[in-house]
Design a protein around this ligand. Sequence first.
Ligand SMILES: [Zn+2]
Length: 251
Amino acid sequence: MNVAKGVETIEITMNAMGNQSLIHPTLIWDEETVILVDAGMPSELPQIQKSMESLGISFSKLNKVILTHQDLDHISGLPQILKVADHKIEVLAHRDEAPYIQGDKPLVKLNPETMAKRLQSLPEEQREQMRKVFEASKQIKANVDKTITDGEVLPNCGGITVIHTPGHTPGHICLYLNQSKVLIAGDELNVIDGQLVGPKQEYSADVLEAKKSLKKLTLLDIEAIICYHGGVYRDNVNMRLLELAALSKTT
Ligand SMILES: [Zn+2]
């Protein structure tokens, strides 16, 4: 879906543990640079390539991937992208997130301790499948070429401001596109049944921290928000963010 000039969400059907849902990586581009924000799952590369083709952007032009955070639905497609490309693609992530993506630390939501708890809470028939996901996750790693920090403005595509929004994971980031006033929210926000919602306990490494991070987003002038889960939200964005930030102080 086109969001602004040179900003497009790619809608991908994801299969995770037998559940189907839609995810929304974003493409940002201008004449010099093509950036993919978040990489989907390993089997999803053909869908990304197809979307790029339909926009008239050759896969060989993709020169950066920015990861909003370490969760598998955002990073596990990356090794495949790097393998298939016969050119250099620079990978960027927040400084605090890079060690997890590179495999120097176990993924926060899939570390042995968290996994043991999750396995216990699952019905017997799902445990084996989860164990396989856990084992496979240990193999997923990719080198981060450039670490980025809060407030940094990447000079590409009219300027991209990095906003560190910890909580969902320690180094989660949102990206603000200075020219189009579009916010790529990663998993800090979701759209559910057409409504913009804030961080949820069950998906957050630290939900209080994630709620606190909302405040930073209220300082921006935003015209549209892209949520990885839920897609594009345009309805009175700034007002809704103020509401969510106020709400998160009381709940
Ligand atoms: Zn996600």
